[in-house]
Ligand binder design. Structure first.
Ligand SMILES: [Zn+2]
Length: 866
């Protein structure tokens, strides 16, 4: 290697030993001849700026090997220490020459200066642009990180702006990406005997686009590539370069095992270094596998709909730990980053220890997918955290309506879930976040008179357990809270019984008349009642306890929360101080109690809610008044092994004989579907339909869903049987498709569900069109939808895309263009969606290129459209 003559030197300078005019020796002899005609053969030098000896070099022409330069065989010549012989050995000189010319074209008369960091003569090429007070540095060979930071700081202090263009995508470039959202790279490519200069724009997670230097502009705010113009338009890069604190760094976490629940009561975040463009922070509880639950923020892409506090989610996509550099006085911050969320079902959620059992098991009233355009997104100021009012209806009215319903439920000796209440009272119930539901229940049972029955205990979870926040409701009502979850369950069971008994003989009163107990405590009584005194006593203790807890929380709290806690603690203390004054006046004491509610609530919210698991599993108290589907029957006594899908007994409607028949028939379908002909099963469904028509109330949600599922499953099964029979007839092979052991998976979705999903899909596709228009497959689409998209029947996929593209103007490409189907049939879906929307058909042979053009048009249309 070290022997001079065997080195295949490919670069030289022309015009003298110290020249900065580089040249490449072409590898092919005919190109060499051309070069020699241009420069002659005596003007090639082992240039000093190449780290060479300064001696002449001779071009060696070969036909069978590559041509190269060689030193003259002169015995008296000193040893040459040049180390860079390869084709890129003169790139610093090429960069210097080309950039000088390019800058001149932009109105900057700047001469390049070569810098060495100890590697070679041209570790960097600097240009000082006096007009814009900018130094442009092509850093071809990197310094170590610390020297670079030092240089960056000192040069920046001296000259204002520095624009860095790196020779490699390495730590320095990545640091720059972390600071400004992108970094610039330089590389050279051989073009005849020249090396052309290309500039690359590096961003996180995307392929680096390269363009010739001539297509870039030198502006006051730095070197701008065409790709950078796009990024700026999208707002994903920061204008200030090296001066910015870097965006957080990230470390991969073991995939698929981190779960998350929203902390709806967390104080809104103040600005955070972890907040980066295109993403948002959601405060919550994070639990990595094998670790304890940690209160932390989750960084989610803006395109993912807000998680709600009613579910537990598994983090999906690239799950990483975000960490910031240490900021003086604050230290380093961290958060967990994910690309998507997958909602866990009840059982999985429960295992995480983050379960909120009230709604987690109930699929029927999954929150409708919200549109999530940037302007609508206000995840950190969710009304959920602020509390007590129902969104559309005045709180008094909603509480009255709920109270009346609960009285009916009590009169029937039953309990009810929020989902059932949604059916009874309307969609607003469904939209209420847990804290608002809690407030509503407090309202229903207020003011609390100890002897009177509680209605709030009648609202239970899907499994008939007490609500997760029942203890808080009780606390707010001044009822002594049972100490443990188990005690609470027992207490709730006893209390439910009491309520049933109390209402057992009073049938529903005229709806307008509030229950007498509401009016009972008369304001004119001057001395406080016994019960008020008792409540006041409890309330004092509660507030005292909360104050201590708040003080402990304050020690750990940060930022604005400290201030808020201090204020709340102050209020709490003042409130306690007033007790002695008011204790002997009935009215004043009552007001004091009411104010106490507010103080407690405030403290509660600021302290935050501890995550509690509900360990004990008891069956729905009113379980199985009817024959349940046989398959489930023997399980009913055991702790429910599987959530959902189980027929939920609806105690409220148990009197309706038609409903009973429907349940029986559903049970029969469930029991016998494995060995009964499909046709017969469908007949059972028809029978169910007849009974359904005679129902007094609408069929409850759970049964409705079951009927729908069976209907679509059986119809699919029947059509599969038919086609299998047809196939069997033609091929004379045994038909197997008809009687599957597992029921077919491809349940169809109801049309309204598809319409609800459509905006989500459209938003995702718009986002994609704005970004880069790269097609995605169905799996990616589901991932991006954050678990909102169930697995879909192929026909539902078409229907969903048709719905998503319904608003697309006729002269614009369909957003569905961006959804690829399977590898085997890439255009099937697209063709069907076009058909479904009445677009003209495209011949198969042209479909591929047609789609490519449409995708391009989409990108152009959506690029700057918000
Ligand atoms: Zn030499």
């Amino acid at each position: 290697m070290g022997q001079i003559d065997t080195r295949l030197i490919q670069t030289a300078v022309i015009g003298g030993r110290d020249s900065d005019q580089p040249v490449i020796l072409p590898e092919q002899p005919h190109n060499l001849d051309e070069l020699l005609r241009q420069y002659g053969k005596d003007d090639f030098w082992c240039g000093t700026l190449l780290g060479g000896c300064g001696e002449p070099l001779r071009p060696k022409r070969y036909v069978t090997r590559v041509c190269h330069f060689a030193h003259e065989a002169d015995p008296g010549r000193g040893e040459c220490h040049r180390t860079t012989n390869s084709v890129d050995g003169a790139d610093h000189l090429f960069v210097k020459a080309h950039a000088t010319r390019w800058l001149a074209g932009q109105g900057h008369a700047a001469q390049g200066e070569l810098r060495s960091f100890g590697h070679c003569h041209g570790d960097a090429v600097d240009f000082r642009l006096r007009r814009t007070k900018t130094r442009l540095r092509f850093e071809l060979h990197p310094e170590d990180y610390r020297s670079w930071r030092k240089a960056a700081d000192s040069l920046g202090a001296k000259e204002g702006r520095i624009e860095w263009v790196f020779g490699r995508d390495d730590t320095l470039a990545r640091d720059m990406v972390a600071r400004r959202g992108y970094a610039l790279l330089v590389r050279c490519e051989t073009d005849g005997n020249d090396r052309r200069v290309f500039i690359g724009t590096v961003t996180d997670g995307k392929k680096t686009p390269w363009v010739p230097l001539e297509l870039c502009r030198m502006t006051e705010s730095g070197l701008v590539t065409p790709a950078l113009e796009g990024l700026r338009a999208e707002g994903v890069v920061r204008a200030d370069g090296i001066d910015c604190e870097p965006f957080p760094s990230s470390v991969a976490l073991p995939g698929g095992q981190v779960v998350f629940a929203v902390d709806a009561e967390a104080a809104p975040l103040s600005s955070s270094p972890l907040d980066v463009p295109g993403r948002r922070l959601v405060p919550g509880f994070v639990k990595p596998a094998g670790s304890r639950i940690v209160r932390a923020c989750l960084s989610l892409p803006d395109t993912v709909p807000d998680p709600t506090d009613q579910y537990v989610y598994r983090l999906a996509g690239s799950v990483r730990l975000l960490v910031t550099d240490v900021i003086e006085g604050i230290g380093s911050s961290w958060a967990v980053r994910a690309d998507a969320l997958v909602r866990l079902n009840g059982l999985e959620a429960e295992r995480t220890g983050l379960w909120r059992p009230s709604v987690a098991l109930d699929e029927r009233h999954v929150p409708a997918p919200r549109a999530f355009s940037v302007c609508e997104r206000t995840p950190l100021t969710e009304p959920a955290s602020s509390g007590p009012k129902a969104p559309e209806i005045a709180p008094g009215k909603t509480a009255d309506a709920l109270r009346r319903t609960l009285e009916e439920v009590a009169a029937k000796g039953a309990t009810i879930t929020w989902s059932e209440l949604t059916v009874r009272l309307g969609g607003w119930v469904h939209d209420l976040p847990n804290p608002a539901r809690r407030e509503l229940l407090v309202e229903v049972d207020k003011p609390r008179v100890p002897e009177n029955p509680l209605l709030s205990v009648l609202v239970v979870t899907y499994l008939g357990r007490p609500l997760s926040y029942l203890d808080q409701v009780l606390g707010r009502l001044g009822v002594a809270e049972p100490a443990s979850k188990l005690a609470l369950q027992q207490w709730a069971a006893a209390e439910t019984k009491k309520t049933h008994e109390a209402y057992g003989h009073r049938r529903t009163r005229a709806s307008a008349a509030p229950p007498p107990r509401v009016k009972q405590p008369a304001a004119r009584v001057q001395a406080p009642s016994e019960s008020d005194l008792r409540r006041a006593h409890q309330r004092r203790a509660q507030i005292g306890e909360k104050l201590e807890e708040a003080a402990r929380t304050r020690v750990r709290a940060k930022g604005a929360r400290v201030q808020r806690l201090s204020e709340a603690i102050q209020q709490g203390k003042e409130h306690l101080g007033q007790y002695e004054e008011v204790r002997s006046h009935g009215k004043a004491l009552r007001a004091w109690l009411k104010e106490g509610d507010r103080v407690l609530d405030l403290l509660d919210r600021l302290i935050g809610r501890p995550i509690t698991v509900t360990p004990a599993k008891t069956e729905h108290r009113t379980a199985a008044p009817e024959p349940k589907p046989a398959k489930r029957e023997h399980r009913a006594a055991a702790p429910a092994p599987k959530p959902a899908k189980v027929l939920e007994p609806k105690p409220v409607e148990k009197k309706d004989p038609n409903l009973r028949k429907i349940r029986r028939l559903l049970g029969e379908v469930d029991r016998t579907h494995r060995h009964r002909p499909t046709q017969e099963l469908l007949r059972l469904l028809d029978e169910i339909g007849k009974h359904r028509d005679q129902l007094i109330r609408p069929l409850p949600a759970a049964e409705t869903k079951l009927v729908e599922r069976w209907r679509s499953r059986l119809e699919n099964q029947r059509s599969a049987e038919r086609s299998a029979q047809a196939a069997a007839a033609s091929r004379n092979t045994p038909a197997r498709a008809g009687r599957t052991v597992e029921p077919p998976q491809d349940d169809r979705l109801p049309a309204e569900r598809i319409d609800k999903l459509a905006p989500t899909v459209r938003d995702i596709l718009q986002e994609l069109a704005r970004a880069d228009g790269t097609p995605l497959n169905w799996g990616d689409l589901r991932l991006r939808a954050g678990g909102q998209l169930p697995p879909l029947h192929p026909d539902d996929q078409v229907a969903l895309l048709v719905a998503a593209d319904r608003g697309t103007p006729a002269d614009e490409p369909l957003l569905s263009t961006l959804v690829d189907n399977s590898v085997a049939a890439p255009h099937r879906l697209y063709r069907q969606v076009r058909l479904g929307l009445g677009r003209e058909s495209v011949p198969d042979a042209e479909l591929e290129s047609y789609r490519a053009m449409e995708a391009l048009r989409l990108r152009q249309i959506w690029r700057y459209r918000r």
